[in-house]
Ligand binder design. Structure first.
Ligand code: 4NP
Length: 158
């Protein structure tokens, strides 16, 4: 197993990345892989630091039996050393991480781990930001993240 410390990153750290984190923790626990891993999430922006995830994120998790307890925090330079892999939710998040000084080799687009998207061009791999939309956007990203989390777990546990 190569990667053991995972940081899920989006813009606000209240919608996409805390949901990805919660799904990944849930599945890693079910597969008895959690003990050897460090898993966290963070945002590029500072706006929501210290607060809970968006209520719609918490609700979509609840509907699928997954608790989303994370408290928002901002990405910091130390994360680029203390995590092996940073999972960017979209290309803008990746661009921002690179601009902040993160090594390219530590960053992957989250949906690049979705095995059903193996041949897909990366411009189609963004997890769309659901913040300004309705609850259906949260349901949509739940399924995207669920598939990507499965693929990521499979890759790092094989
Ligand atoms: P997230 O969504 O990046 O998936 O957490 C957003 C949440 C808040 C904001 C932007 C994106 N915001 O600008 O406050």
């Amino acid at each position: 197993m190569a990667h053991q410390r995972f940081l899920f990153v989006c813009l606000g750290n209240i919608c996409r990345s805390p949901l990805a984190e919660a799904i990944f923790i849930h599945r890693a626990r079910e597969q008895d892989l959690l003990e050897s891993m460090r898993i966290d999430s963070a945002g590029i922006g500072h706006w929501h630091v210290g607060g809970r995830a968006d209520p719609r994120t918490i609700e979509v998790g609840r509907l699928h039996g997954i608790e989303v307890p994370s408290i928002a925090r901002q990405v910091q330079a130390a994360d680029f050393e203390s995590f092996d892999l940073l999972l960017a939710m979209d290309r803008e998040n990746r661009r921002d991480l690179l601009a902040l000084g993160c090594e390219p080799s530590r960053i992957r687009l989250m949906r690049s781990f979705d095995p059903t998207l193996a041949e897909t061009h990366e411009r189609k791999l963004d997890v769309p930001d659901p913040y300004l939309g309705g609850p259906e956007g949260f349901e949509e990203i739940y399924h995207m993240l669920q598939r990507a989390c499965e693929g990521l777990l499979q890759e790092v546990s094989s």
